[in-house]
Ligand binder design. Sequence first.
Ligand SMILES: Cc1cc2nc3c(=O)[nH]c(=O)nc-3n(C[C@H](O)[C@H](O)[C@H](O)COP(=O)(O)OP(=O)(O)OC[C@H]3O[C@@H](n4cnc5c(N)ncnc54)[C@H](O)[C@@H]3O)c2cc1C
Length: 388
Amino acid sequence: MDRETRHAQLAETYLPDDLLERFRQRAAVYDRENRFFDDDLAELRERGYLRLFVPPSHGGPGLSLNEVSRLQRRLATAAPATALAVNMHLMCTGVVAAMVARGDRSLEYVFDEVNAGEIFAFGVSEPGNDWVLQGSNTVAVPQDDGGYLLSGVKIFTSLSPVWTRLIVHGLDSTGEPQLVYGFIERDAAGITVSDRWDVLGMRASQSRATILTDVRMRPDRVARRIAPGRVPDLLTFAITSLFQLLIGSVYSGIAERALELGAAALTTRRSAKADARYAEVPEFRARLADALMDYMAVPAQLDLYTREFDELVDHGAGWPLRLVSARLNASTAARRACETALMCASGAGFDNTHELSRLFRDATAGLFHPPSADAARPMYAAALLDDD
Ligand SMILES: Cc1cc2nc3c(=O)[nH]c(=O)nc-3n(C[C@H](O)[C@H](O)[C@H](O)COP(=O)(O)OP(=O)(O)OC[C@H]3O[C@@H](n4cnc5c(N)ncnc54)[C@H](O)[C@@H]3O)c2cc1C
């Protein structure tokens, strides 16, 4: 079966058109009422969406990153916040699949837990930690049994109402500093979820801050101990890859939908002066054409890099350049596409009840995922200008 036929079949199996339409209708309600996407999650779970990366050896469909990226793009055309949040669970399971594919089976128990209904989330972002994965302000105190007690603040924990397993990192400074990675469980003592969440976009993701006070990480849930700083490691490579490419997929989906809505607006609106539909007015055609040209590089990058990742292509130090560029381009394209589409829709799109108004707000969240363009620029400059 050729690849496009397979993608179409997966779309029909996991995200058929009628489901997407329901999700789109609900997205407006979740956004307005600032509440979590409970009904979407129930439907996704029922269809097996939370098990996409679980391999056949563990009874799952074992989708590739390329296939999941396509599905996430499709989901985001209807419900960006649902897609962004469910990404965090998919990312955790995809990281384990990527590690297994590269010969490290140490986290395979994650598949069993997903099969048992556990929901994984991603608790890495911390206030003032621009080292992101390579440092942590969370304190990890080693225990006699090999586990840790963690204290710190994780910000923007998507899926906050429902997650049951959270991948976190913290710094153990009791000897030679070590970053500790592993999973904590929702019913562990010392976890508080912030009651503050009133944000511009992606509201249904309910990405509230999580405060950890002496939270136990069991010894068998410690995944890695790594020196802080730029230390190559399979776990952090897999997290970076899955994070950048799946987040990029969400913003690609937003851009795609915005362009669709922009085109639809031009075909329905009429210009009195031109005595024609706006779809025939050259300035508007050019504006939409430029946005489409910008956008088309985005799925191309995502498709290529997800396939290369699945095929274990070794780009070495060239991987971060590819991964970050794919995600930054996707989020820039999403914001531009939304702005263009709003201009096509004119004042109607400015109304808070218009889908484009919500997409525009959701797309702004793309400004905040790490690394920002400013943080990433030195890496690109060094690739061209430095010898080592
Ligand atoms: C919609 C969305 C979803 C995200 N989902 C995830 C996710 O699931 N997992 C993840 O690891 N990262 C997630 N991120 C985080 C993101 O990728 C960035 O790391 C983060 O936005 C960078 O924040 P900053 O340094 O600008 O934060 P800052 O400017 O330092 O803080 C941003 C906000 O965090 C809160 N905050 C800051 N300090 C504290 C504190 N001490 N106590 C309580 N709250 C505080 C406040 O609301 C503050 O406005 C998400 C981001 C967005 C926009």
